[in-house]
Ligand binder design. Structure first.
Ligand code: LLP
Length: 385
């Protein structure tokens, strides 16, 4: 919650900056514990959503593992105190060096995305005298009903092994003697707000699992990936996603999993709502049909609006004047550097503060130095009280 005392503090800090509400993060993790971990599910935090150390420590203390997509993410997770047997490693383009990093730590699972990757991993594991734990990532051809850039489970997407390659996979496996096939992995996309793509995923998994069983392959785990969405339009109405319904759907629709571990890799739904990008109005300019509120944060701090046409809620923290229409834009020399178009906000003037909400996932981590901009600071609710 952004109180008036907090807004006063914000006024003394150099903008723009990220502000994280750690109480909200803890309450979100409590819900995940209650409806997920305590029901026997294994949850990995998708570290790509936010690799900020303060957040990682809280997430680790709540008993989650981690899902990485690069060697440096594995190193960051280890530094933050996650155990190697809690680390899953996905990614369509793992380099040899990154594979070596995973082998060095003997991680929980390499989630392999092609037959060629399996062969390369096998060779590298053999060369270092190790056996690699593997899950094959399968592409279930499911429409995730999300932005096309963050949809990953369709045949046309680059991710995973398509089911038509299963016979080839079954032929290859006996020769891959430096691999332990432990599981199968899926991830159909991100910011999925409706549950029915997950229902379809369960149905596909039930079928695919049988194909493995018919080959006499016992799978120790199923990894269903992440993708659960958050409410960007009204974060205060739904600060914590409905994890009860999410996990319940899998409990009801995945066929008998008593002898199998079920893993998830959640990113956005864990950290999305606890982060805010706080920015100051630099100038207000009258356009032909709108007013421009030019703020000191831009696509360099939060690229989601420019890249996915994402609409983050903008709250004005320091004005309660009658409302006017604004395009809220950043300072970067690109028209795509626009946070919102034509929204009604209390009248703004130079120096007013705004909070760009729901910026905890894929915000700070996707920032860039375009225009030679400096990386902005992060502050936490427990240090600004
Ligand atoms: N597992 C795998 C294999 C993934 O590729 C991802 C996200 C996740 C888990 C976590 O997904 P989540 O629960 O956060 O939806 N930058 C984009 C999102 C890209 C997601 C990439 N993969 C955005 O800002 O919307």
């Amino acid at each position: 919650m952004i109180t008036s005392a907090l807004i006063k503090k914000f006024g003394t800090l150099q903008t723009p900056f990220y502000y994280y509400d750690l109480d909200l993060l803890r309450s979100t993790l409590d819900e995940i514990r209650k409806h997920g971990i305590e029901k026997g599910y294994h949850i990995h935090f998708a570290i790509k959503a936010n690799f900020n150390n303060r957040l990682l420590q809280i997430i680790r203390d709540a008993g989650l593992g981690v899902d990485c997509v690069s060697g440096p993410e594995i190193e960051r997770a280890i530094e933050a105190g996650f155990k190697p047997d809690q680390i899953a490693f996905a990614g369509v383009g793992k380099t040899d060096e990154e594979i070596q990093t995973g082998l060095k730590y003997n991680i929980f699972s390499f989630n392999c995305e092609s037959l060629q990757e399996l062969a390369v991993l096998n060779d590298l594991a053999a060369a270092s005298g190790k056996k690699a734990n593997v899950a094959v990532r399968l592409n279930p051809n499911i429409k995730a009903k999300t932005h096309k850039y963050i949809s990953t489970g369709l045949m046309e997407n680059k991710f995973g092994i398509t089911p038509d390659k299963l016979p080839e996979l079954f032929n290859l496996l006996p020769g891959l003697t430096s691999l332990n096939l432990k599981g199968i992995h899926f991830h159909i996309g991100s910011q999925i707000r409706q549950l029915d793509p997950f229902l379809q995923l369960c149905e596909k998994i039930n079928i695919i699992r049988e194909q493995f069983e018919q080959e006499g392959i016992e799978l120790e785990h199923l990894n269903l990936g992440g993708g659960y969405g958050i409410n960007y339009a009204n974060p205060d109405e739904e600060p914590i996603p409905d994890f009860k319904s999410f996990f319940e759907l899998f409990r009801q629709n995945l066929a008998d999993t008593e002898n199998q571990q079920v893993h998830f890799e959640l990113g956005r739904s864990i950290v999305g709502q606890c982060g805010n990008l706080i920015s100051k109005v630099l100038f207000v300019k009258k356009g032909i049909s709108t007013n421009f509120a030019i703020i000191d944060a831009g696509m360099t701090e939060l690229i989601r609006p420019a890249l996915y046409q994402a609409e983050h809620r903008v709250d004005v923290l320091t004005s309660d004047k009658p409302k006017k229409y604004y395009d809220v834009v950043g300072p970067i020399c690109e028209t795509s550097d626009t946070f919102r178009k034509d929204i009604e906000l209390p009248e703004l003037q130079r120096g007013d503060l705004v909070a760009i909400r729901s910026a905890g996932a894929y915000g700070e981590v996707m920032s860039s130095s375009f225009n030679l901009r400096k990386k902005v600071d992060a502050y936490y609710s427990d240090e600004l009280v």
